[in-house]
Design a protein around this ligand. Structure first.
Ligand SMILES: [Zn+2]
Length: 157
């Protein structure tokens, strides 16, 4: 059902109806935002490199998508549209009802920033990966690996 929705949105990108569909799907975006394709790509690339991690830690601010508890590092994988990725072609502001969307995206960004601040306060290092970067999951995983340190047991565990 969800897949159909997303396909419908993509297929009718220029439809007058699009925004209504987006707004309706927004209500479901909480569900849609977990286990997305970008998340799965990054997770499997990290697995390939030998990393082990937890996912969707609801006990942490913002329920980070990937969590490395002993390294004290978390990763968010953000959809470019909903999280309003700046200067990103995927994150274009819809052509109508712009004030609505501007407000909506500003709220999402503020929420993201609040979560990052809260996590840092708790001593976590936070990395954000954008959906548009995950078309090259191996590249992303290698970049993350430089920040995470070698896979396997971290030296301070
Ligand atoms: Zn993007």
């Amino acid at each position: 059902m969800f897949t159909n929705w997303i396909t419908a949105i993509k297929a009718h990108d220029d439809d007058v109806d699009t925004l209504t569909k987006l707004e309706r799907s927004e209500r479901m975006s909480k569900i849609r935002s977990k286990n997305t394709k970008p998340e799965r790509l990054v997770r499997s690339a990290l697995h390939k490199l030998g990393y082990r991690f937890r996912i969707h830690a609801r006990n942490l601010p913002g329920a980070p998508d990937i969590v490395f508890p002993s390294r004290k590092q978390v990763i968010f994988i953000h959809g470019c549209f909903w999280h309003a990725h700046e200067n990103c072609s995927v994150a274009n502001l819809p052509k109508t009802r712009r004030p609505y969307w501007r407000k909506k995206f500003a709220r999402n960004k503020e929420r993201d920033a609040t979560n990052v601040r809260a996590l840092r306060k708790l001593g976590w290092r936070v990395f954000t990966i954008w959906e548009c970067e995950t078309s090259k999951p191996d590249k992303v995983a290698q970049r993350l690996s430089r920040r995470l340190g070698p896979p396997g047991k971290p030296s301070n565990a």
